[in-house]
Design a protein around this ligand. Structure first.
Ligand code: ZN
Ligand code: ZN
Length: 92
């Protein structure tokens, strides 16, 4: 990773990436984990509600964890198609 460059990026800073194909795309980076988002609103939601939080939902059939129940549901339908679709809430 480009540590020295990335660590100077603070909240609200927009970083313009230049892919080799020439088209410019603005990405909004989470200041904590440096995950890039194409939409600012997604970045803000991630930063406020997801980043740094422990995943609280778990697949009942394997060790997969997620912060969003929808991801677990989706995973169960794909990976455990014969099982009932539900999630374990770790913080209940
Ligand atoms: Zn983050
Ligand atoms: Zn699973």
């Amino acid at each position: 990773m480009m540590d020295t460059f990335m660590s100077s990026v603070g909240p609200g800073v927009e970083v313009v990436e230049q892919p080799p194909c020439g088209a410019q795309k603005t990405l909004y980076y989470c200041p904590k984990c440096l995950h890039g988002f194409t939409l600012k609103s997604n970045r803000n939601r991630h930063f406020r509600y997801e980043c740094g939080h422990e995943p609280r939902f778990k697949c009942p059939y394997c060790e997969l964890r997620s912060k969003q129940t929808s991801q677990i549901y989706c995973h169960i339908r794909k990976k455990h198609p014969d099982e009932r679709v539900w999630v374990v809430n770790l913080k209940s």
